[in-house]
Design a protein around this ligand. Structure first.
Ligand SMILES: O=C(O)CCC(=O)C(=O)O
Ligand SMILES: [Fe+2]
Length: 205
């Protein structure tokens, strides 16, 4: 069997870099990880303040990482939960793959896990550009479960129209330095069945 991580990196945009490894994890490995995280993570749907109003987020999430990697998000501070061993192993594997393929990489000290129970659950337009992430953050995103598109749009100047990046079960998407400055991204609701878990590895500086 060839190693499923034997390249297959695809460049979606070159500057700033967006790159996708559609089969970063084997189908079976991704399914096992999805089910383990589904059961073992303490998923929460916190209430966030958005434009002055309180909303329960339309998904559930868990913030995880090193104990000093605190994170402010929509007016709330999140203390990370300690690393789940499978998530820590996944982080190491993500870093190894990026390094092995000479892609932008950092020591990820935290991860935001999001769980979308069905196609109705979603995440609105945003960039991962909180001050805690420093300038030009590198974000690496693993997707498990139902394949859904992440939509990108220009923040300024609309050089090109919005575009979708479909994120298959077991894929790894790299948003390289500068990607958060140029684009916003969103996970729109879609008539797609089944749950999806996404992990975005980040470095809090
Ligand atoms: O679920 C996704 O693929 C997107 C998650 C995301 O954008 C984030 O966690 O910041
Ligand atoms: Fe994001």
């Amino acid at each position: 069997m060839p190693d499923p991580d034997n390249s297959e990196w695809q460049q979606i945009e070159d500057s700033p870099l967006l790159a996708l490894h559609p089969h970063f994890l084997s189908t079976d490995g991704a399914s096992r990880l999805h089910d383990a995280l589904d059961n073992e993570i303490e998923w929460e749907s916190p209430t966030l303040r958005l434009y002055g109003r309180q909303h329960t987020i339309p998904r559930s999430q868990c913030w995880m990482g090193d104990s000093d990697a605190r994170y402010r998000y929509s007016g709330r501070t999140f203390q990370p939960r300690s690393w789940h061993p499978l998530v820590e192993r996944l982080r190491d594997r993500v870093q190894r793959s990026l390094r092995a393929h000479d892609l932008p990489v950092t020591e990820f000290n935290s991860v935001l896990l999001n769980r979308y129970a069905s196609g109705e659950q979603r995440m609105g337009w945003h960039s991962d550009d909180e001050p805690e992430l420093g300038e030009n953050p590198i974000v690496a995103s693993v997707s498990l479960g139902s394949e859904r598109p992440l939509r990108f749009r220009e923040k300024a100047g609309a050089v090109r129209g919005a575009f979708n990046v479909w994120l298959p079960h077991g894929s790894l998407l790299l948003m390289g330095p500068g990607a958060q400055t140029r684009w916003q991204h969103a996970l729109a609701p879609r008539a797609i069945e089944g749950s999806r878990i996404n992990l975005t590895f980040r470095r809090i500086v």
